[in-house]
Design a protein around this ligand. Structure first.
Ligand SMILES: NC(=O)c1ccc[n+]([C@@H]2O[C@H](COP(=O)([O-])OP(=O)(O)OC[C@H]3O[C@@H](n4cnc5c(N)ncnc54)[C@H](OP(=O)(O)O)[C@@H]3O)[C@@H](O)[C@H]2O)c1
Length: 193
């Protein structure tokens, strides 16, 4: 089985965005050696249009598939981008969007967990990236094998949690911890099963 990895940006207090999910206050930290390292190691996590602007043309290194909830996907759709991660296979969970806006984007309306299990069972050296947001991460919490948490040096006080899920302790084993000179911390955790 390949891994489902929730690769996500959050604040020190664990929020992935403001109460509506807006994470733009964190964007200023995507600079310097941190941005260069992530662009080199995770080039596929940058949107296709941003890669063109930033000159990122590396091959997919960790993921060949991305899964998003439709609220996250809409951030691109609302500015006319129908395939924000065109260099990956794109899946969008939605019960309200009737038709996919782009041939590269497959909609998942039914049995989200079952479809994710099918994707995980595929034979590929690269994994599946769970992009977010909170709602879909909460629904897929039991399927997540790995967390890569990019923590930015900000505190929100309140906001959108990393998981829209009920209370239940789940154990993860800490792997790599990386710190950057602009205060960003990137931690990798593996789910203990
Ligand atoms: N900090 C970060 O790195 C990061 C990364 C990604 C996103 N975000 C933020 O997260 C915010 C969005 O998060 P969110 O929690 O509001 O929404 P979301 O998880 O992106 O999308 C939720 C939507 O997904 C669909 N969905 C959820 N479960 C489903 C299921 N089992 N089957 C089919 N469809 C399902 C539903 O769409 P329908 O209503 O169509 O049924 C639901 O309304 C954005 O504002 C974005 O900025 C932050």
């Amino acid at each position: 089985m390949r891994k489902l990895t929730y690769y996500i940006a959050c604040t020190i207090d664990g929020f992935i965005g403001d109460p509506e999910g807006d994470a733009t206050s964190m964007f200023k930290y995507t600079e310097g050696s941190y941005a260069a390292t992530m662009a080199a190691e995770y080039p596929e996590t940058f949107p296709t249009h941003a890669r063109e602007i930033l000159g990122i043309d590396g091959e997919n290194r960790h993921f060949d598939t991305v899964v998003q909830g439709v609220a996250s996907y809409r951030l691109a759709l609302d500015i006319g981008i129908t395939s924000p991660y065109n260099h990956l296979r794109e899946f969008v969970a939605t019960r309200s969007l009737a038709e996919s806006p782009h041939p590269n984007v497959e909609l998942i309306a039914d049995d989200l967990v079952g479809r994710i299990r099918e994707l995980k069972a595929e034979d590929s050296p690269l994994g599946v990236w769970l992009c977010g947001g909170s709602t879909i991460a909460g629904e897929l919490i039991e399927e997540i094998d790995e967390l890569i948490i990019k923590t930015y040096p900000q505190v929100y006080g309140s906001g959108m949690p990393m998981f829209g899920a009920g209370f239940e302790p789940r154990d993860f084993e800490l792997g790599e911890v990386r710190t950057f000179d602009n205060g960003v911390l990137v931690r990798t955790y593996t789910r203990k099963r």
